[in-house]
Design a protein around this ligand. Structure first.
Ligand code: PEP
Ligand code: MG
Length: 548
């Protein structure tokens, strides 16, 4: 039987959850205009310069309009991607490099754009951090936009994509994804692209099911074949039989009913069948997240990641700026508990204001508390800001990337010293993120300095399995629901039985694993705002079976 009729399944890495069915639409290339280098004569150099300026001005307007649209229709944070594209397109150094390419090599503006951007793309691809590598997608995206403008092409290659299809592409650029926002497609399958790429972020925000890291996708999936996409667990069934379709459709109907029911009950407490109350909190990055968290019935904020606000900063934030930022983001949660994580920078979250030494393995290098220990002024500024915040909010503090007790001891010392100076009593509760196996197995040593522990299962899994959390190629090793992770949690609980334990990594939102988390002594779960009603309902439907 040929692949066009055979039933088979592909397994990849889910980046945006959901169930969907539709016909496969294989899109072989999303490349821009095909051009061989076009030569010009010296007399035309000025004309090419001015064509380049016109095209830059034109895409600049388009990008600003796109940023405004994305901000209104999708997400404020994501609109920043296109604002950044607009800034890059207008970057004077880049413009000079393109002009030099035109004048020195006597080639058209389109050809020069291609060469220069390709050079930059490659530079980013060679960098260590995944964030920098994802920038190559951005450069590719801007180059296509600019070359299309120079070639007078206004139709997007995805313009003719059939409604309701399951799009299979090798790689997706940010603007392709936004373009898809206005097309009613069912799901996206990708051969390449990390879970942390901008394209992945977009699909999650748009609620479009998406799976990445599907090996040899472009050669294995037949165009037009029916497909069942389960982006909750990363599988695609091609050419399903009738029984598979029926099971899948029941799954979809059940999921929809469950969601509607859970939303209706979102503000009720989450108590297991055997009477254990669990706090369901939200992970937030922005003011919008905090508002959504409250609307979805979160009891408070279990993880405030504030790095996102600083990704572009060229000078370190002052205590005043940090305070202003936190107040603005957390307004909706006043009167409830808020857990602020100290700046978790380094590795996948580089900051321009810190001179990062080149490290051959940044994830195992200076990040989180390690970096704050190296920059005590930054640590103190952050502690001071959080202490000031505690005058208005019910604040807790979380220390990221703890490995040894010294990591929490320095924060306790800073908290006590600055707290005395500001005359703040009692001090906010202090917690350690358990993100390394060493921390999980050192709970007794951490205990004298902390009031609670929170498992960051994303990093804990990365470090337990030695599998980069952002690298789809080692996705099969990254198993955050493995027995290994639960055993680390259980060991922590056994070592410090009275210590309040929470989970704020992605595992906290995986409904099927909630019973096991509760059995390990976890009594607080912090999840993405939209998952709060589902997690609460899952808790109500389970029994803990053990007392903590
Ligand atoms: C984690 O590692 O599980 C976590 C919650 O922190 P982040 O995802 O921000 O690294
Ligand atoms: Mg982490």
């Amino acid at each position: 039987m040929t692949d066009s009729l055979r039933t088979f399944m592909l397994k990849g890495v889910p980046v945006s959850p959901g169930l969907a069915e539709g016909l496969i639409y294989v899109h072989q290339t999303l490349l821009g205009p095909i051009d061989v280098p076009v030569s010009i004569v010296r007399g035309n150099v000025e004309e090419e310069f001015s064509r380049l300026d016109d095209a830059t001005a034109s895409i600049s307007n388009d990008l600003l309009a796109l940023a405004t649209r994305v901000e209104k229709e999708i997400d404020t944070r994501l609109s920043l991607v296109f604002e950044a594209h607009q800034l890059i397109a207008n970057d004077p150094t880049l413009r000079e490099e393109i002009r030099k390419e035109i004048a020195d090599n006597l080639i058209s503006a389109g050809s020069a754009v291609k060469t220069v951007f390709l050079r930059w793309e490659k530079r980013f691809l060679l960098m260590e951090s995944q964030v920098a590598r994802d920038k190559s997608d951005d450069m590719h995206d801007i180059a296509i936009r600019l070359r299309n403008a120079l070639a007078g092409i206004t139709v997007h290659p995805l313009d003719r994509i059939p409604a309701g299809c399951v799009l299979a592409v090798s790689r997706l650029l940010p603007s392709d994804t936004v373009f898809l926002a206005s097309r009613p497609i069912a799901a996206i399958l990708l051969e390449h692209g990390s879970i942390a790429s901008h394209a992945a972020l977009f699909t999650r925000e748009m609620g479009l099911p998406c799976i990445t890291g599907l090996p040899d996708l472009m050669n294995t999936v037949p165009d037009g074949a029916p497909a069942l996409v389960d982006a909750d667990d990363g599988t695609v069934t091609i050419n399903p039989g009738m029984p598979q379709i029926e099971i899948f459709q029941k799954q979809v109907a059940y999921k929809e009913d469950f969601l509607a029911y859970a939303r209706d009950r979102a503000t009720l407490p989450a108590i297991t069948r055997d009477g254990i109350t669990v706090s369901v909190l939200a992970n937030v990055n922005s003011r919008e997240d905090t508002e959504n968290a409250m609307l979805n019935g979160a009891k408070g904020v279990g993880l405030y990641r504030m790095e996102h606000s600083y990704l572009g900063c060229v000078v370190p934030p002052s205590a005043g700026e940090l305070l202003g930022e936190m107040r603005w983001t957390l307004e909706a949660v006043r009167g409830r508990s808020v857990c602020v994580r100290l700046l978790d920078i380094g590795a996948d979250k580089p900051m321009p204001f810190i001179r990062f030494m080149v490290e051959s393995n940044p994830s195992l290098g200076r990040r989180g508390i390690r970096l704050l220990r190296e920059y005590p002024d930054l640590l103190d500024a952050h502690v001071r800001a959080v202490l000031e915040l505690s005058r208005e909010f019910d604040v807790r503090i979380l220390v990221p990337m703890v490995t040894v007790s010294g990591d929490v001891e320095v924060v306790r010392e800073s908290l006590v010293r600055i707290g005395a100076e500001l005359e703040i009593y009692p001090l906010p509760k202090l917690g350690a993120m358990i993100e390394t196996p060493a921390a999980a197995l050192s709970a007794r040593k951490l205990a004298p300095y902390v009031d609670f522990l929170s498992f960051g299962t994303n990093d804990l899994t990365q470090y337990a399995f030695a599998a980069d959390r952002e690298n789809a190629a080692v996705g099969q090793y990254f198993d955050d629901a493995s027995d290994v992770i639960f055993r680390l949690m259980q060991a922590t609980h056994d070592d410090v039985p009275g210590m309040p334990l929470s989970v704020c990594g992605e595992l906290a939102g995986r409904l099927e694993h909630i019973p096991r988390l509760l059995q390990c002594g976890i009594r607080t779960l912090s999840v993405a705002p939209k998952l709060v009603p589902l997690v609460k309902e899952a808790i109500r439907n389970t029994s803990c079976g053990k007392s903590a």
